[in-house]
Design a protein around this ligand. Structure first.
Ligand SMILES: Nc1ncnc2c1ncn2[C@@H]1O[C@H](COP(=O)(O)OP(=O)(O)OP(=O)(O)O)[C@@H](O)[C@H]1O
Ligand SMILES: [Mg+2]
Length: 405
């Protein structure tokens, strides 16, 4: 029988046990390290989740449109305000070049500016003393102010653009500028008109008196009738100028706007017929009464229709519509005058309401019609907008508030 060396076996076993113990210790240590590592990663994850939630919160609640772009100029984040401002869904934007949101004529220079900014960033405000525009999905250009900064992320530096729509601010600036001009012109014009009114009355009175007395066919018939006609034209002009200068002095009364429109249109019906122009009315039957100055509203319509007829020398259609609407969230009546005429070039659209802006030849237009319209609508605390397309036509939209009734 073989004799077993117990002490040797024991030693072997003991060394195995100690190796196992060492291994176990090693395992324990790595397990602790790993769990520490996992804990740290978890913490980081939680932190970045918090940061993401914070960023998402900031971006969704921000009144400004927020865009993040990467080194290549591709959009990596867009908040809901971007969707609202520019008409694209987030999916349509993500991964695309930022230049898709910039009008074509600025695109090339923008690429260079973007690269320069990325290489040498600073907090910067674009659009101060400089007109900049974003391009809406439907092709409209929206005036904006953009502030730029950069963020460091794991994927590298990204550019954060805060985009603010300044359409309303620009409109208000325009209104202030316009009313300052109006006030200056009004003062001057009012004074001159007042002085001209009296001698003009005398000229017209005598001319009309003589015209009545002369026999048909008389040599003086034509010149005298011309004097009468031209004096009458001057009188209308003087009246227009006086309306201008009488800012504030305006009496409003409860009015059925549709009725005022009907009576104004009856005044131009004959003229429209001779000019081969069809007047098409579409007046909402359920409009409430509104506080306006009837004479002035009549003047607005006549001016707009006259312009429409001038824009359609070989005839066309004028649509006059009324409907319930909103102006700054308040109830309003919308009055539309649309024609099928030659349209207004884009570069003139911001000028047409300025006093004395005209594209008509001397003697045909003084450029007071629309500034008068504008002034009247301002006095009614309303708004006027124009949409026009060359050779298709022009649409004027007037919003009159229902306040006070
Ligand atoms: N419906 C329209 N279609 C095309 N152009 C228009 C229209 N309405 C206005 N315009 C443009 O706006 C300019 C200014 O219009 P506004 O009525 O102020 O002056 P005017 O018609 O030229 O002169 P006035 O009305 O004093 O006789 C016009 O000369 C014309 O170029
Ligand atoms: Mg006119």
């Amino acid at each position: 029988m073989k004799k077993i060396d117990l002490s040797a076996e024991n030693k072997k076993l003991q060394s195995k046990v100690s190796t196992l113990e060492e291994l176990l210790k090693e395992y324990e240590e790595t397990a602790i390290e790993q769990s520490k590592y996992l804990e740290e990663r978890n913490k980081e994850l939680e932190q970045s989740k918090d940061q993401l939630a914070l960023l998402a919160n900031i971006t969704t609640t921000s009144p400004d449109a927020i865009l993040l772009t990467n080194k290549e100029g591709c959009i990596v984040l867009a908040n809901t305000q971007v969707e609202k401002l520019l008409g694209y869904t987030r999916e349509e934007l993500l991964g695309k070049k930022i230049e898709m949101l910039i009008p074509e004529r600025f695109r090339d220079s923008h690429i260079q500016q973007r690269l320069d900014y990325y290489a040498n960033p600073s907090v910067r405000l674009m659009g101060i003393n400089l007109e900049i525009f974003s391009l809406h999905k439907d092709g409209r250009e929206i005036p904006v102010e953009i502030s730029l900064s950069t963020l460091e992320t794991k994927e590298g530096k990204v550019v954060l653009s805060l985009i603010r729509n300044i359409t309303e601010r620009k409109r208000l600036e325009g209104v202030v500028l316009q009313s300052e001009k109006m006030a200056a012109v009004g003062q001057l014009a009012g004074g001159v008109a007042h002085e001209i009114n009296n001698p003009l009355g005398v000229i017209l009175g005598f001319a009309q008196g003589v015209v009545k007395r002369i026999q048909p066919g008389d040599n003086f018939e034509m010149p005298l009738k011309s004097i009468e006609r031209e004096a009458l034209r001057c009188k209308t002009l003087v009246q227009d100028l006086l309306t201008f200068s009488r800012a504030g002095k305006m009496e409003k009364e409860e009015t059925d706007l549709n009725q005022t429109i009907e009576s104004s249109l009856s005044l131009i019906l004959a003229q429209a017929k001779t000019k081969n122009t069809e007047l098409i009315k579409d007046l909402a039957p359920d409009l409430s009464q509104i506080l306006v100055n009837k004479n002035q509203i009549q003047q607005v319509l006549i001016n707009l229709c006259n312009n429409a007829m001038d824009a359609m020398p070989s005839g066309g259609k004028i649509f006059v519509r009324t409907k319930k609407s909103k102006l700054n969230d308040e109830n309003a009546i919308e009055l539309q005058v649309e024609d099928t005429g030659q349209g207004i070039p884009k570069e003139f659209q911001s000028k047409i309401f300025e006093p004395f802006f005209t594209t008509k030849e001397v003697g045909k237009g003084t450029g007071l019609g629309l500034s008068l319209v504008y002034e009247i609508i301002q006095k009614h605390e309303g708004q006027i907008k124009v949409e026009s397309e060359i050779n298709k036509g022009t649409l004027f939209k007037i919003y009159l508030p229902m306040k006070g009734l």
